[in-house]
Design a protein around this ligand. Structure first.
Ligand SMILES: Cc1cc2nc3c(=O)[nH]c(=O)nc-3n(C[C@H](O)[C@H](O)[C@H](O)COP(=O)(O)O)c2cc1C
Length: 151
């Protein structure tokens, strides 16, 4: 299936996962980037910037996508869990693809293996745009498990 990988990553775990599994598939890749980058300092990023965005439901501006997602039948969306759900720039991305008719498969990773994070993420994604066809993919799985899933 014609697929586009879209990911957000701050400390590059998600970036590494995407790059490793994509050696197998060679799908087009788009990185979601906040227009004003988060601090590189963990405490500032986590406890000030990201926390405020999640708590106040602020969708920060992101850099131009530069790609027409409608060319793809499927988006494989990867992100780390931030404060029990997806990072808010991912929400901004979802707002940008309003009207997308394909499937958006969701892959999340986090420090703690709490399955509730995936439940929260799916709920919050659907709350942003209930017309998009979100599908639960994998949570905290290895590169090989992702490859098997996508084969
Ligand atoms: C702002 C912020 C919030 C986070 N919130 C959570 C959380 O609620 N639960 C958790 O288990 N891990 C949390 N983490 C850890 C990340 O989900 C985890 O380290 C992830 O692999 C980072 O992916 P990345 O390297 O692609 O950014 C948080 C990390 C950051 C920076």
């Amino acid at each position: 299936m014609n697929s586009l990988i879209v990911y957000f990553s701050w400390s590059n775990n998600t970036k590494r996962l995407v790059e490793d599994l994509n050696k197998k598939f060679n799908y087009d890749v788009l990185r979601i980037e906040r227009k004003i980058p988060y601090s590189t300092d963990y405490n500032t990023c986590a406890y000030v910037e990201a926390k405020e965005e999640v708590e106040k439901k602020i969708y920060p501006e992101i850099k131009e996508l530069g790609i027409d997602v409608n060319k793809y039948e499927r988006i494989l969306l990867f992100f780390p869990i931030w404060w029990y759900t997806f990072p808010m720039p991912v929400g901004t991305f979802i707002k940008h693809i309003k009207g997308y008719k394909g499937e958006v498969v969701v892959f999340a990773n986090s420090y703690t293996n709490d399955l509730q994070y995936m439940v929260n993420s799916m709920r919050d994604l659907n709350n942003i745009d209930g017309t998009i066809n979100f599908k639960e993919g994998l949570f905290n799985k290895s590169v090989d498990e992702h490859i098997n899933y996508l084969m």
